[in-house]
Design a protein around this ligand. Structure first.
Ligand code: HEM
Length: 415
């Protein structure tokens, strides 16, 4: 098979839809870093694993809600946080219109423009996703309270939309905190996720935005019906099933004009101290979460999705689920939020010579207060505190979805 770079070099005038046309061939000869368990099918729509199917498909960009929130979590994420360098609202409108156009193409597996035949210009699209499917790419855009301030729109901020408060034990680092805008790019292929962000930033960075911080992450599961395990090896996301059954109640904003049908996104870069965890007994690991590692069932129950019942007691009267366990503390707030987190492994922390690995925690909720309530409940009490440090933070308002003919954030910028 011709390599993708060669393909690019020999044919510098690929049409916009070339990515789609070439997909069948690309997958047919596949070694697309999909892992040894993957075997290619003859169609260009599906890549079959030994146990289940990952559609190499397209998720619509336009809709009532932005994709990438209740969309089943893809395997890979690339999240970027940006500084807005231009406070001219018309310039921001132009940017958001162009981002809308590009996002609508990228999520359908297309390049942002046809390649030019002019060899004196840089290629229109950077090209590393040529021949690749959309891989369920979603692009989710959000803005922070400082974005509104920069544009003189602070009066439009709903009252709960303010920077997250300081939480007990926070050790936030400036390099992973703050920012005016964020883009969450998720796909079942890491290169597709990165490529999309690269195009959007390439257009914007000359005068509109600068890059503050980014984090890539991964999720592993053989089937999207399974709950993936985090780097402590516990199934992470079990309670989401309940939250997703009534998204209007917990996830979607219904009454704040420009945020209607949107959702608030809390981001935390949480370092997980794997070396300490790996020295911890398995009984204590279970006690930390209040769940059993192997099947993910809450203590005192049999199956992963059984009800959390923190009133269960042992013969000696002690609670079956430790009162300082992560599940007990979160569950007893009565608050639900949608967690859509990704693990990360970023080399070695130079301060400690230990892994810089952890969780790119992302949650979506109808109100930032849901996140605040749960995080405050963990406070100094959560048994897991011994094994983690929160080093990054952000809160972003992710607009409602975009209808065809409209653009991202239109209700905010023109309302
Ligand atoms: C490295 C950090 C974290 C890890 C490893 C982690 C892991 C887990 C695990 C394994 C569960 C049990 C299974 C499940 O329902 O998903 C859980 C539950 C939960 N976590 Fe976390 N978590 C972390 C941070 C957070 C943070 C920062 C929040 C929000 C402030 C949070 C909120 C929740 C909630 C709401 C539940 C569900 C509780 C229930 O109702 O059963 N977690 N987490």
């Amino acid at each position: 098979m011709t390599s993708k770079r060669q393909t690019n070099a020999v044919d510098n005038c690929l049409s916009l839809s070339r990515r789609r046309l070439l997909k069948g061939a690309a997958i047919g000869g596949s070694s697309l870093f999909l892992g040894k368990a993957l075997a290619a099918t003859s169609t260009d729509q599906e890549i079959t694993t030994t146990t289940n199917t990952y559609a190499a498909g397209q998720i619509p960009f336009y809709g009532k809600h932005q994709a990438g929130i209740t969309t089943p979590a893809q395997r890979n994420a690339y999240l970027i946080v940006l500084k807005l360098d231009n406070s001219d609202r018309q310039a921001v409108i132009k940017l958001f219109k162009e981002w809308t156009r590009q996002a609508a193409l990228l999520t359908q597996g297309q390049n942002i423009d046809s390649y030019s035949t002019n060899k004196f210009l840089p290629p229109t699209d950077t090209g590393e996703a040529d021949n690749l499917n959309a891989y369920n790419l979603t692009l989710t855009f959000g803005v922070s309270p400082s974005f509104l301030e920069k544009l003189g729109l602070q009066d439009k901020a709903p009252k709960e939309f303010k920077p997250l408060p300081h939480f007990p034990r926070d050790q936030l680092q400036a390099q992973y905190t703050g920012g005016d805008l964020c883009i969450q790019s998720c796909a079942d292929d890491p290169q597709v996720a990165f490529h999309a962000v690269r195009q959007l930033i390439r257009y914007a960075r000359t005068s509109m935005v600068s890059m503050l911080w980014s984090q890539s992450g991964f999720n592993a599961q053989d089937s999207k019906d399974e709950t993936p395990r985090n780097l402590f090896a516990f199934k992470d996301g079990t309670a989401n099933k309940l939250t997703l059954s009534t998204p209007e109640e917990y996830i979607w904003v219904d009454n704040q004009d420009w945020m209607k049908n949107g959702s608030y996104m809390a981001v935390r870069r949480i370092q997980m101290h794997l070396e300490t965890w790996d020295r911890t007994s398995s009984g204590e690991q279970d006690n930390t979460f209040g769940r059993h590692k192997k099947h993910g069932q809450p203590m005192g129950q049999k199956n992963e999705f059984d009800k959390v019942d923190s009133s269960l007691t042992k013969e000696n009267g002690e609670p079956v689920m430790p009162v300082d366990s992560h599940t007990h503390l979160a569950h007893n707030t009565g608050v639900q939020l949608l967690r859509r987190s990704y693990s990360y492994a970023d080399g070695i922390d130079p301060r400690t010579s230990q892994y810089d690995a952890g969780l790119l925690f992302i949650s979506f909720q109808k109100s930032p207060q849901q996140f605040i309530t749960v995080q405050n409940a963990f406070g100094n009490v959560d048994k897991m505190n011994e094994y983690i440090t929160h080093v990054g933070s952000g809160l972003f308002a992710c607009f409602g979805g975009v209808k065809e003919g409209e653009y991202l954030g239109q209700a905010l910028l023109e309302g």
